[in-house]
Design a protein around this ligand. Sequence first.
Ligand SMILES: Nc1ncnc2c1ncn2[C@@H]1O[C@H](COP(=O)(O)OP(=O)(O)OP(=O)(O)O)[C@@H](O)[C@H]1O
Length: 242
Amino acid sequence: MAILETRALNKRFGGLHVTNNVDLALEPGEVHCLIGPNGAGKSTLFRLVLGEHLPSSGQILFDGEDITAFKPFQRIRRGMSVKFQVPGIFKALSVRQNLEIAMQHHYEPAHLVAEIGRLLDFLKLAPDADRLAGNLSHGQKQWLEIGMAVSLKPKLLLLDEPTAGMSPEETHATGEMVQRLNADGMTVLAVEHDMAFVRQVAQKVTVLHLGQVFAQGTVDEIVADERVAAIYLGQVAETAHA
Ligand SMILES: Nc1ncnc2c1ncn2[C@@H]1O[C@H](COP(=O)(O)OP(=O)(O)OP(=O)(O)O)[C@@H](O)[C@H]1O
């Protein structure tokens, strides 16, 4: 059974049909990347899954339950977690304090310190634990945000362009984090433009175009698909060489 499924999902903003009959299924334990040209409807689909937008029609199922009408907090309570592009960290608090805030109500005090220590190591932030989050580099802020998103061990992690603005080294390290989370059983849905990252982590790729599922397959299948190259990958290559 799919852990996340959208069935004939539609979203209209006035006359604009932004999500058009989207059927998407994520198997438990899969890393699934959502790619597509600007304006393809990736962010809108992401927000529909999270419950920030309600669909005009169609259904969303999570872990076998129809969550179409659920509020975001109800989805989060059932095991979804999200990392947005703009970090929502507390800049005036230390890295450790940020993690404490995310985790303190969910762990016994006796276990909290050890859990935070493990997470700091995982995030490569142990040497920076007592620095103010606002003083971290861009990439480190993204990692802290990923840490806050995974601190409660969600079943499904939603990542919105997790490597935007990162160096190739930071992007690769982020990919390794996703791979480790996935090895521990976490399902991941990531909107991502960086094909190196997609190639590193994705077991399945969905290409959105004009609000519709345009192609779906493994990374190799997608990269070899001339139709995809025509609408999207050419654009990425141009951007990369700009
Ligand atoms: N709240 C809204 N009201 C009206 N139109 C919207 C709204 N949100 C998105 N749109 C429109 O829907 C279309 C798809 O937008 P969306 O942000 O989902 O695309 P995207 O694939 O995420 O693009 P990008 O890669 O540029 O972020 C765009 O034409 C956008 O202008």
